[in-house]
Write a protein that binds this ligand. Structure first.
Ligand code: ADP
Length: 583
């Protein structure tokens, strides 16, 4: 309480009033004292320093002098406390207005001066009394001394009365100053208290209330400035919050992992993706230091080299964790102008990209290989022909047949590649219509009956249930059926059984192509739809296969929102199922 401004202001008021009253009191008391002395001296001078009044005539005897003095009692103000004495030149008392006091007289400077024949110039200002002495001369010698002595009782009474008045004034002044001080200081402290409350609320995050500036003075200006500061602060904080929200939303929803470490290497932030990739659940369970953390991931990097990295430079490392390939980009971030605050790490999952790259490389290698084989063959036959085989007509014809076959194979390969590439690029113009699947299967069976017959296969088609029309690209679906039935014919030893079943279940038309062929080993089944994947390359080539038939079929079926599955048992046979939803 005693530390409050209000208390200090009240104390200032009180001290001010006390000092004013003390100063006034001292001034008054000294004024009264000097007035009393002056008055005493004036009265004495009026009688004894007056040329009109001559005491020498009365100086014949003490009685005469006493008589004269008695006549001046009024002018001299003689009373109980002010008395006159008629002294002999040695200070002995002849006569007095109060003879009882005669024995108490002592030598005073004024009395001694008078003994030497000199009049009083200064009234003796003694604590206890004032005095005045006039020598009455006869023939140059002091005959009598008129000595007036005032006991100062009136002055003392007056002074104590004055002291009482001052004390009362002091008491009243103190009361008034305390009350005034309290109320006047309130005009300062109340706005300050409201400002303080508001500052506390602001510190707690509440920027809503505005203070009313009730005056135009410094407090009013302070209030207005405070209101302005509050609104600016609110605005700035809102901006910061919105930026923070934006950043958080970005971090939360971005597909890359983002982590931040401070300069001593402690993890300070990890977005959900990074936690997921690196299995960080909470900050506590991974208090790992940056260096230890990335060392454990076999990434050759340290926080030290990053902190001294040039502006806008990043370092990149590849990390592998649980079969996930990550590209980690490291950069230092600054908190002040030149002060590095820590390191940000962005983790990109490049597993898919790497797989894609590998697949692309493999695809290019496969294509080159597939093209090189017929080309080598064509080249070698052509060279043999040029070397003379051309002369042997029979050999020449058989060689040219091979060349012709090989170029057909290349044509097929290029055609299939083109189809696949278009399907992959989604460039295919789908010519979708409603058509009858049954009719389409009938046509395919009819078209392939001849090649089945060549291999002495029995090719049958059984309609399990009636088929509704389906919506799709008839030519492409025909290609799918042809690819699969051709495979069944190709990979079934002569005299095999190839049965086609078709039906409709739950709004889905299915076609099953079952053969009694060589089958596919279990380990190859999962890869059978990959481009160029063949169980037995030589056999496939021998049969004129490109290794792209099933891949093309799968792409087409997927584009019709359908599924293509294969089930097979080695040396027993294969069953391929196509399912296409009825539109
Ligand atoms: P290909 O042109 O070689 O026939 P596909 O993509 O049509 O290419 O087939 C890929 C591979 O799947 C074939 O090389 C073959 O090994 C195997 N395959 C496909 N259909 C059958 C089937 N009905 N019976 C046995 N193996 C098959």
């Amino acid at each position: 309480m005693f530390k409050s401004i209000q208390w200090k202001l009240v104390m200032m008021f009180v001290l001010l009033v006390i000092s004013v009253i003390i100063v006034v009191g001292i001034y008054l008391s000294s004024s009264v004292t000097s007035f009393y002395h002056d008055d005493f001296k004036k009265k004495m001078d009026r009688v004894f320093n007056n040329d009109d009044i001559d005491f020498s005539g009365a100086a014949v005897s003490t009685d005469q002098l006493d008589k004269v003095l008695k006549s001046f009692i009024g002018m001299l103000g003689i009373d109980t406390y002010r008395n006159y004495f008629i002294l002999n030149p040695l200070g002995g008392v002849y006569q007095s207005s109060n003879m009882e006091l005669a024995g108490d007289l002592e030598y005073t400077p004024n009395m001694i001066r008078a003994m030497r024949g000199k009049k009083t110039v200064d009234v003796k200002n003694n604590k206890d009394y004032m005095d005045y002495a006039i020598p009455i001369m006869e023939r140059g010698k002091t005959k009598f001394i008129i000595y007036i002595r005032d006991e100062k009782n009136d002055l003392n009474e007056m002074t104590s009365e004055l002291f009482n008045i001052i004390l009362k004034a002091l008491a009243v002044g103190l009361g008034v100053s305390m009350i005034m001080g309290y109320f006047l200081s309130s005009t300062i402290t109340i706005p300050i208290a409201s400002l303080t409350k508001k500052a506390e609320k602001m510190a707690a995050g509440d920027f809503e209330q505005m203070l009313e500036a009730k005056s135009d003075d410094e407090i009013g200006k302070l209030t207005n400035t405070f209101n302005y500061m509050a609104s600016e602060l609110k605005h700035t904080l809102e901006e910061i919050a919105s930026e923070k929200n934006k950043a958080e939303t970005i971090l939360l929803n971005m597909t890359d992992g983002v982590m931040a470490f401070n300069v001593d290497g402690t993890l300070i932030h990890a977005n959900p993706v990074s936690r997921n990739i690196l299995n960080i659940q909470t900050f506590d369970d991974k208090e790992a230091n940056f260096d230890e953390f990335f060392k454990s991931l076999n990434a050759d990097i340290s926080i030290g080299e990053l902190i001294y990295l040039d502006n806008n430079k990043t370092l990149e490392r590849e990390i592998e964790i649980n079969d996930v390939h990550l590209k980690a980009s490291f950069a230092a971030f600054k908190v002040e102008k030149e002060k590095v605050g820590g390191v940000v790490v962005v983790l990109q999952d490049i597993t898919e990209q790497q797989k894609l790259d590998a697949a692309r490389r493999e695809f290019v290698a496969n294509v080159s290989h597939e093209l090189r084989t017929p080309l080598t063959s064509i080249k070698s036959y052509a060279e043999t022909l040029l070397d003379g085989a051309l002369d042997d007509r029979e050999t020449a014809v058989s060689f040219l047949k091979v060349v012709n076959n090989e170029s057909d194979r290349m044509t097929r390969l290029v055609k299939d590649l083109l189809i696949l590439s278009r399907l992959g690029d989604k460039q295919v113009q789908w010519n979708k219509t409603y058509f009858s699947m049954k009719k389409l299967i009938d046509e395919v069976v009819e078209k392939l009956t001849l090649s089945a017959k060549h291999r002495k296969h029995r090719l049958t088609f059984t309609l399990v249930s009636s088929l509704p029309d389906i919506y799709g690209d008839r030519d492409r679906i025909e290609q799918v059926l042809k690819n699969i039935v051709s495979n069944a014919i190709k990979y079934t030893p002569d005299g095999g059984e190839i049965s086609i079943f078709a039906g409709c279940v739950y709004n889905e038309v299915y076609v099953k192509i079952k053969d009694s062929g060589i089958g596919i080993p279990k380990e190859d089944l999962s890869r059978i739809f990959e481009r160029f994947y063949r169980v037995d390359k030589a056999r496939s080539r021998e049969m004129g296969g490109t290794g792209l038939g099933l891949a093309i079929a799968k792409e087409i079926v997927l584009a019709h929102n359908g599924t293509l599955s294969i089930d097979s048992e080695l040396d027993k046979g294969t069953e391929v199922t196509i399912k296409i939803p009825v539109a």
